[in-house]
Write a protein that binds this ligand. Structure first.
Ligand SMILES: Nc1ncnc2c1ncn2[C@@H]1O[C@H](COP(=O)(O)OP(=O)(O)OP(=O)(O)O)[C@@H](O)[C@H]1O
Ligand SMILES: [Zn+2]
Length: 655
C-alpha cells in the first residue's frame, strides 16, 4: 500500500470520529430541561413565548428569555397544538434533519474503517518496515532488497580465503557482463548456484562481490522472509521478486538461508506445511520459467544442504554447488589482511600469528576479531591497534569476555585453580594431546576458568589416541578437585567436562567405529535422531540389547580414561600443587611458565608482571608454537561457555 492510500484512510478515520462526536453533541445547546407536565403547566400559565417542535423534542423560549427543552411522551398530542395556540405561543415546526448521505455513510462504516486500519497496521508490522531504512529500497510485496550497481562496492578483493570458490564463480561474472556474447559461444550458464558452507564464511559477501564485479543489480532476500503466517503470501512474494528481477536483468538474486523454504517437502516437524510448500513450489516454477539467456542468476546460500528438497537441486535449478569452507591458516591470514586494512595498525602486528591462533574461525569471526581489537585500542586511548589488542580480542571471542568483576571467594578460586591445573597437567602428559597454551582462573563467559590447548595445525580428523587423551584431560579437572577437596568437596564445576567426555566416548563407539567391542558400525543414524533423542537413544534399528551394550562400552571407555588420568595426577601431585599455587598468584599462566612448573622450577613471572598484581591484559602476547584453541572448558554449568572452533568432526553429538 502506498503512502497516499494510507493518508487517505487516516483522514477518513479522523473525519468519521469528528462527525460522530459532532452529531452527539450538537443537539444539546445546554438549555434547561424540564418534564412534559411542567411544560404544559408553563404553557397554561402563559410563561412560554415560542416553541420549536422537532419530533419528540420540544424546545423553546420563555417570556423571560430563558431557554428550555422537554421531551413529549407521544409523537402526536393533538391537544397540545390547541393549547399552544390558545396561549399565544409561537409554534415553529421543523423538518426532521436530513443528515447528508456522506455523513451517514461514514458513520455507518466507521467500525469497519477502524478494523481495516488496525489490520493494515499489523500487516505493515509483519512486513517489518523494510522501507525507510535508508539505502536499499524495498519494493512491493517481495521484501527483497535491491542494491543497484552503483551501490555495490564489494569486489573480489574483499573476499579472501576461499580462492576455489572464487574461481568457480568467476565465469558468472563474465556471463553477467554480456549474456548474449556468452551464448553465442555456446556456453551453458547455470541459472542457480548453491553456496554451501558454515555460517559467516562469506557466502553473502561472495555473491555480492559477483554483482560488484559484473556491475549488475543485486537482489537479496532471506529464505525466512518468505515464510509467512498466511498461505500464499510467500508464493506471491517469490513471484513478485522474479518479476522485479526480470525488469533489471542482467542481475543477481541472492536467497540467504534457503533451507528456511527449501526443506524437503512433507518432512518438516509436524508433517506438511502448506505455506512453505507453496512457496517452494513457486520458487521451482519461477526457476524453470526464465530462460537461461535472460541474464538472471539465482544464488542461494545454506549451511544445511542435506535438508534441501531434492527438487531444488535438479538440473536447471540449483544444479551447481560452490562450497565455501572455513578458511585454512593461509586463508585466515588473507582475511585478516582484508580487514586489518581498515584500521590503523602498530608495527608489531603479525597477521600470520593471529591466523595461527584462530583455527575454526570463520571470516565473520575474524572480521569481528579486528573490530574488537579496534574497540580495545580505543578504550585504552591508543592511536594504533597493536598485537596486544588483537590477542585480547582473540581471547575474548574464543573464551568469552573476561569477567574480572565477578567475585569469587578465595576458596572458589583455589578450587578453580586446582581444577584447571588438573586439566592442564593431564593435557601436558597424555600422548598426542594438543599442547597447552594458557591456563587462567579469570572467569570468562560462563566459565570460571579456562585451559587452552593449541592444535599444531587445522585438524580434520582425530586419532583414537587423541580422543582418549582428550577424554582424560577433560576428567583432569574433576579428579584434581577430588584429590584436594575430598569426595564430598567436589563441585558441580565439572558438569560440562563430563558432558563433553561422554559425548566423545559415545561418538567413538556409536559413530566413528573406534570401539573393537561394537565394531565399525554406525549406531546413530542421522543428526536429526540425535537431536530428538539425544545420544544413546536415537537409532531406530537399535534393539534394547544393543543399547545396553553401547552404554556399557561407553562406560568402559570413560572408566578407563578416568583411572588413567587419576593415576597420572597422583604421580604428579607436586606439579599440581605448584601449578595451582602459581595460578593463585598470577591468575593466568602461559606455556613458558607451564614448562617451568613441569620441569620442577618455580615459574618466572610473566613479562608485564609488576609486583602490584596481575597485569591488565593477558600476559601472553606471543605463542611459541602452533595454534591455539580452547579445547576446553566450561566450569560453571552445562551451557557452552564459549565457541569451540576446534571440533574437527562436526562437534559432539547431541547438538
Ligand atoms: N572470506 C571472507 N573474506 C573477507 N571477509 C569475510 C569473509 N567471510 C566473511 N567475512 C566477513 O564476515 C562478514 C559476514 O560474512 P557473510 O555474511 O558473507 O557470511 P555468510 O557466509 O553469508 O554467513 P551466513 O551463512 O551467516 O549468512 C562479511 O561482511 C565480512 O566482513
Ligand atoms: Zn573443567
Amino acid at each position: 500500500m502506498n503512502d497516499m492510500a494510507k493518508n487517505l484512510i487516516l483522514w477518513l478515520v479522523i473525519a468519521a470520529v469528528l462527525l460522530t462526536v459532532f452529531n452527539n453533541f450538537s443537539v444539546e445547546n445546554a438549555p434547561q430541561t424540564m418534564n412534559y407536565s411542567q411544560f404544559v403547566q408553563q404553557v397554561q400559565n402563559e410563561q412560554v413565548k415560542s416553541v420549536t417542535i422537532d419530533g419528540y423534542t420540544i424546545s423553546g423560549e420563555r417570556n423571560d428569555g430563558s431557554q428550555f427543552q422537554t421531551i413529549r411522551p407521544a409523537a402526536e398530542d393533538p391537544k397540545l397544538m390547541d393549547d399552544l395556540l390558545a396561549h399565544n405561543v409561537t409554534v415553529v415546526g421543523k423538518k426532521p434533519e436530513e443528515q447528508s448521505l456522506w455523513t451517514r455513510l461514514l458513520i455507518a462504516s466507521f467500525p469497519i474503517l477502524l478494523i481495516l486500519a488496525i489490520f493494515m497496521f499489523f500487516m505493515r508490522q509483519m512486513q517489518g518496515g523494510g522501507a525507510g531504512k535508508g539505502g536499499p529500497m524495498s519494493f512491493g510485496k517481495s521484501k527483497a532488497k535491491l542494491l543497484s550497481q552503483d551501490q555495490i562496492k564489494t569486489t573480489f578483493a574483499d573476499v579472501a580465503g576461499c580462492d576455489e570458490a572464487k574461481e568457480e564463480v568467476e565465469e558468472l561474472v563474465d556471463f553477467l557482463r554480456d549474456p548474449t556474447k556468452f551464448q553465442r559461444l555456446g556456453g551453458t550458464i547455470p541459472r542457480g548456484v548453491l553456496m554451501v558452507g558454515p555460517p559467516g564464511t562469506g557466502k553473502t559477501l561472495l555473491a555480492k562481490s559477483i554483482a560488484g564485479e559484473a556491475k549488475v543489480p543485486f537482489f537479496s532476500i532471506s529464505g525466512s522472509d518468505f515464510v509467512e503466517m498466511f498461505v500464499g503470501v510467500g508464493a506471491s512474494r517469490v513471484r513478485d521478486m522474479f518479476e522485479q528481477a526480470k525488469k533489471q536483468a542482467p542481475c543477481i538474486i541472492f536467497i540467504d538461508e534457503i533451507d528456511a523454504v527449501g526443506r524437503s517437502r512433507g518432512a518438516g516437524m509436524g508433517g506438511g506445511n502448506d505455506e512453505r510448500e507453496q512457496t517452494l513450489n513457486q520458487l521451482l516454477v519461477e526457476m524453470d520459467g526464465f530462460e537461461a539467456n535472460e541474464g538472471i542468476i539465482v544464488i542461494a546460500a545454506t549451511n544445511r544442504p542435506d535438508v534441501l528438497d531434492p527438487a531444488l537441486l535438479r538440473p536447471g535449478r540449483f544444479d551447481r554447488q560452490v562450497v565455501v569452507p572455513l578458511p585454512d591458516i593461509r586463508g585466515r591470514e588473507h582475511i585478516l589482511n582484508v580487514h586489518l586494512r581498515k584500521v590503523p595498525l602498530a608495527d608489531d602486528v603479525k597477521p600470520s600469528l593471529i591466523a595461527r591462533g584462530t583455527p575454526g574461525f570463520s571470516g565473520a569471526d575474524l572480521a569481528n576479531l579486528v573490530n574488537e581489537a579496534a574497540l580495545f585500542a580505543a578504550r585504552r586511548n591508543k592511536r594504533l591497534v597493536g598485537m596486544e589488542e588483537l590477542e585480547m580480542a582473540k581471547d575474548k571471542i574464543m573464551m568469552g569476555a573476561e569477567r574480572r568483576s565477578m567475585v569469587m571467594t578465595e576458596k572458589e578460586k583455589l578450587n578453580t585453580a586446582y581444577h584447571e591445573s588438573g586439566h592442564a597437567i593431564i593435557g601436558l602428559l597424555m600422548p598426542e594431546h594438543d599442547p597447552v597454551y594458557k591456563v587462567t582462573i579469570i572467569p570468562r563467559g560462563r566459565a570460571l576458568g579456562v585451559t587452552m590447548f593449541l592444535p599444531e595445525q587445522d585438524r580434520f580428523s582425530l586419532s583414537r589416541q587423541q580422543i582418549i587423551s582428550q577424554i582424560c584431560s577433560l576428567f583432569g579437572g574433576r579428579i584434581a578437585e577430588e584429590m584436594t577437596l575430598g569426595p564430598n568437596g567436589v563441585t558441580t564445576g565439572a558438569s560440562n567436562d563430563i558432558k563433553r567426555a561422554t559425548e566423545l566416548a559415545h561418538n567413538m563407539v556409536a559413530k566413528w567405529g573406534l570401539s573393537e567391542e561394537m565394531g565399525p558400525v554406525m549406531y546413530d543414524e542421522d543428526e536429526s535422531h540425535q537431536f530428538l533423542g539425544g545420544p544413546g537413544q536415537g537409532g531406530k534399528l537399535k534393539s534394547g540389547e544393543t543399547t545396553t551394550k553401547l552404554d556399557k562400552e561407553v562406560r568402559r571407555i570413560i572408566d578407563e580414561c578416568y583411572q588413567q588420568a587419576e593415576k597420572l595426577l597422583e604421580e604428579n601431585r607436586d606439579k599440581l600443587d605448584a601449578m595451582a599455587e602459581a595460578l593463585m598468584q598470577y591468575e593466568t599462566i602461559d606455556a613458558d611458565q607451564l614448562k617451568d612448573i613441569m620441569e620442577g622450577r618455580s615459574p618466572r613471572p610473566p613479562k608485564d608482571w609488576d609486583e602490584g598484581g596481575p597485569g591488565s591484559g593477558s600476559p601472553v602476547t606471543e605463542q611459541p608454537q602452533g595454534e591455539s584453541s580452547p579445547a576446553d572448558d566450561g566450569d560453571e554449568d552445562d551451557e557452552e561457555p564459549s565457541r569451540r572452533p576446534s571440533d574437527p568432526l562436526g562437534g559432539p553429538a547431541g547438538g
